[in-house]
Design a binder for this molecule. Structure first.
Ligand code: HMG
Length: 394
């Protein structure tokens, strides 16, 4: 049975901050952010956008691209680390706003940036076990990445959602659930206390944890994939290698580690060919946490100049805390054109100045407390504010 991603939908805020502008405002060299971190811009949400509105927009985009209605969905998992409530799942808001059927199993999965992949693996197993009975799964990865103003993490923010429609006989990417390599470990690299909107991070340690995780997940994948995966040069079979992208340089470090483990003495030589196209969109959107790896996949499909039909790809998902998985897929014929419209849509976004960005950052806290939010995004649905303690959307 072939199982995988049948359609992919995206939602990104309309405003972005150019990191050259941020560098000037913070008094750091522009080259540190654009070259040292490898990110050019980060998406900035308005206060009427939240994890729910981004998730709903991405879900509707995925359904429209697949040409199916909400009644086709039998399982909906929202992976997020920036939920809007400690109890009510984002998936329930999505169910109401998208119109998913009442027979649909819905829930939210939290594990830092790994929550979306946890949902994807659940969806693959649900279909493989024969529980889908002709229905599809909708896995939505939605987040607003926030660190404090002026902190080292500030240039690695972003916001957005990626929705994956998962089914039999997928039209984009067939995935292999048999050889998923897993690594997990209790580490304190990145966290967000229950009363805080901003993430806290031990930045350099988090980079080390990510690299340890790729090593562990690759070892686990090799064990499951058999002798061929242990031969030096195994990763040469892949047409693209995709990583979780908190910022572009992290993908470069991950690629170097993985290729070195595979016996490559010059891993940088293959970086542009194997990783380059997958970074085109992440480098202008920033870290979207759970959706990051899948934004990289969208980027590959939307921007690769190479013929990818029938080619194998390798994917690495990392979530702080931590849990990581490394898995493989095969690009279905014609998939490369499926997201051709996305780069132009992102290029049409509005460049904010630093004062606007900082005002939006602060307004997010204020507007949570007093409905309705000012500064509308122009997107639908909108977060309308909190009334009687309840979040309202329209
Ligand atoms: P920092 O301390 O400000 O930066 O924070 P730095 O001093 O480490 O410099 C960064 C790079 O810029 C270095 O390159 C410098 O050499 C270079 P590297 O040595 O790493 O190759 N550099 C320059 N390059 C050109 N011209 C210059 C210049 N100056 C310096 N003038 C840090 C960087 C990433 C730690 C910070 O931004 C941070 O804490 N970010 C948030 C945490 C993060 O993204 N961690 C990544 C791994 S964990 C992860 O991915 C999970 C996550 O997504 C969350 C989740 O799972 O939910 C975060």
């Amino acid at each position: 049975m072939k199982i995988g991603i049948d359609a992919l939908g995206l939602a990104v805020p309309d405003g972005y901050l150019d990191l050259a502008d941020l560098a000037r405002a913070r008094g750091v060299p522009e080259a540190k952010l654009t070259g040292g971190l490898g990110t050019l811009a980060m998406a900035v949400p308005t206060p009427d956008e939240d994890t729910v509105t981004l998730a709903v927009r991405a879900a509707k985009d995925a359904l429209a691209r697949a040409g199916v209605g909400p009644e086709a969905i039998g399982l909906c998992v929202v992976g997020t680390e920036t939920a809007v409530d400690h109890s009510k799942p984002v998936a329930s808001f999505v169910q109401g706003l998208v119109g998913l059927p009442s027979s649909c199993r819905i829930f939210e999965a939290k594990h830092a940036c790994f929550g979306g992949t946890a949902g994807l693996m659940t969806a693959l197993d649900w279909i493989a076990a024969g529980r889908a009975r002709g229905k599809k799964a909708l896995v939505i990865c939605a987040d607003i990445a926030r660190y404090g103003l002026g902190t080292p993490g500030e240039p690695t923010q972003g916001a957005g959602a990626v929705a994956l429609l998962v089914s039999e006989d997928p039209r984009l990417v067939t995935l292999d659930p048999e050889t998923v390599g897993t690594y997990s470990r209790d580490v304190m690299d990145f966290w967000r206390p229950l009363d805080s909107k901003d993430a806290l991070v031990d930045g350099h340690y988090s980079v080390q944890c990510y690299l340890d995780a790729i090593e562990g997940a690759f070892a686990s994948h090799r064990e499951k994939a058999g002798a061929i995966a242990s031969e030096p040069g195994y990763t040469d079979r892949f047409a693209a290698m995709l990583y979780h992208v908190p910022y572009g340089k992290m993908a470069r470090k991950a690629h170097a580690r993985l290729r070195q483990l595979d016996g490559d003495a010059d891993p940088d030589a293959s970086f542009d060919r194997l990783v380059g196209p997958s970074l085109e969109l992440p480098r202008i959107v920033g870290n979207v946490y759970t959706g990051s790896l899948y934004l990289a996949l969208a980027s590959l499909l939307a921007t690769s100049a190479r013929d990818l039909d029938g080619q194998e790809i390798l994917l690495f998902s990392y979530g702080s805390g931590c849990c990581a998985e490394l898995f493989t897929g095969r690009i279905e014929p014609g998939a490369r054109g499926a997201l051709a419209d996305v780069p132009a849509a992102l290029a049409a976004r509005r460049r904010l100045d630093v004062a606007e960005y900082e005002a939006l950052f602060r307004a997010r806290d204020e507007d949570e407390a007093e409905a309705p939010p000012r500064r509308p995004s122009g997107f639908s649905p909108r977060f309308l504010g909190v009334e009687d303690g309840k979040r309202r959307y329209g």
